[in-house]
Design a protein around this ligand. Sequence first.
Ligand code: NAP
Length: 235
Amino acid sequence: MKGHVLLVGGSSSIAGALLDQLRLMSDLKITVLSRSGEIDTGNGNIQSFAYDPSGESMDNLPSIDALDGLMYFPGTINLKPFHRFTIEDFEKDWKINFLGAVNIIQKYLPALKKAEQASIVLVSTVAVHTGMPYHTSISAAKGAVEGFTKALAAELAPRIRVNAIAPSMTRTNLSAKFLTSPEKESASAKRHPLGRVGEPEDIAHAAKFLLSPESSWITGQIIHVDGGMSNLKLL
Ligand SMILES: NC(=O)c1ccc[n+]([C@@H]2O[C@H](COP(=O)([O-])OP(=O)(O)OC[C@H]3O[C@@H](n4cnc5c(N)ncnc54)[C@H](OP(=O)(O)O)[C@@H]3O)[C@@H](O)[C@H]2O)c1
């Protein structure tokens, strides 16, 4: 993989795992945005900037001439019974998970159009395909991400591909509150046909593939990286 890739939400555990894979590619320039701006840039190919996708200002975003890949990680897992959600909760999840991606893609669309073939990768959740209690807000926000992915893929073909990854429970900072004991971890593992929760690397491998030319005939897809959760039911 070569060219220039932009990772938004770079302190995400999954973004960290992806960065570990991408930083080995000497022909790839990587720009990382995160709220803190504090990313281990490690070598000369990585540059890091502070940016808050839930904030109002886009003034500090770096200008990029041509962009071959863009991945947007920021998201939430805000779970509770529907009657306890406020409109503000829904708005917050909508803003971080969906509108933040819209803003960034609009900002960098001219740069993406300059690449010979570019790839945009977004992140959904298994809970869009499979209804789950307490997920109304996140499912609505990520459902928007999935619809947006398909519509934008149709609009930007053939020069720019757009896909999303829909993970199930993956061991990250965001999900740590659900995996606080061996019992909880084991219960979560048993809900997955492949018998374990996901690791950041599981999602990062799919992300790397979707960003790379190896997936050059794939667009408008929601890739379920979920231990079989969305599609299988064990007897
Ligand atoms: N872990 C799972 O089980 C799971 C399952 C399904 C989907 N996902 C999705 O995977 C993506 C990556 O998350 P992760 O699991 O890797 O968790 P993580 O390591 O905790 O990363 C969370 C990401 O969300 C951003 N973020 C969190 N709260 C924010 C806020 N209030 N305002 C702006 N940005 C905020 C962080 O931005 P900074 O980099 O700026 O700090 C970071 O990029 C998310 O879209 C999440 O919804 C995760």
